[in-house]
Design a protein around this ligand. Structure first.
Ligand SMILES: [Zn+2]
Length: 87
């Protein structure tokens, strides 16, 4: 059983992007869409869902915060480390 904790992910501009259920140690590199608890910014859990290789941008400062990839068979947002802040 992997231990998971809820973390908050912010854009560098200060906007709260999402609350995410993170497993394991280390810094957040990707966010699997199915484990995004609350999409505070309305960027991730949209309909229709983001497509592969789509770039996700902060609605406030318009910086690219992530790119959509498939990781281990699941859709995930690969985070732009230069654009996000994590506690
Ligand atoms: Zn921003």
């Amino acid at each position: 059983m992997v231990k998971r904790r809820s973390i908050e992910v912010y854009c560098q501009c200060g906007l709260l992007l999402a609350r995410y259920s993170k497993g394991g140690k280390g810094r957040l590199v990707k966010m699997f869409f199915e484990r995004i608890l609350v999409d505070e910014s309305g960027v991730f859990l949209v309909q229709p869902p983001p497509a592969l290789h789509d770039e996700l941008c902060c609605p406030s400062c318009l910086k690219r915060i992530a790119t959509v990839q498939v990781i281990r068979g699941k859709f995930a947002a690969k985070l732009n480390q230069g654009a996000i802040v994590q506690p």
